[in-house]
Design a protein around this ligand. Structure first.
Ligand code: ZN
Length: 161
């Protein structure tokens, strides 16, 4: 069975920064990652590379930032008044905070702290990075009607509800 729209796919993967070779993430020692193909559960460049593959296939693919977590955008880096952090006892570079916005909660990374201003970065932590994946396809199955309707996988490795 090959990977097409609405297949549930299990993969093992290892991902490094394509430029620096820095290790970023791996499913080694964990259960495989399970996703619904064609439902944008995973980054577009990786999903595209998996199209047509079958269980047992192993391959490497380099995904440009634009097809991974997007380019780093300076528009998403903002200075906010220190008062906005009044409820947080210690504010320091590297601190991650969740901000409520009109579009739902977003993760912000504090990058700079001055007396009256705090710089926060709303880019995805992997924005702007080209990623190199080594992938092994473990399993491919048909999705249930319910999984297709929900746009995600149920059962092991998927949503519990
Ligand atoms: Zn569901």
């Amino acid at each position: 069975m090959s990977i097409t729209q609405n297949k549930v796919v299990s993969i093992h993967y290892n991902v490094v920064d394509a430029d620096s070779e820095e290790s970023i993430d791996s499913s080694d020692g964990r259960d495989p990652m399970v996703y619904l193909h064609g439902a944008r559960n995973i980054i577009p460049g990786l999903e595209q590379a998996l199209e047509g593959k079958a269980a047992g296939d192993a391959f490497d693919v380099t995904v440009a930032a634009v097809d991974a977590y997007g380019e780093h955008s300076d528009d998403r880096v903002q200075k906010v008044p220190r008062e906005a952090f009044a409820e947080i006892s210690e504010v320091y570079p590297g601190l991650k905070v969740t901000a409520q916005t009109d579009m739902g909660p977003i993760e912000l990374l504090v990058t700079e702290v001055a007396d009256d201003e705090v710089t926060v970065d709303a880019n995805h932590p992997l924005a702007g990075r080209n990623l190199k994946f080594s992938v092994r396809v473990e399993d491919v199955r048909d999705a249930s009607e319910e999984e297709v309707a929900h746009g995600h996988v149920h059962g092991p490795g998927g949503q519990e509800h």
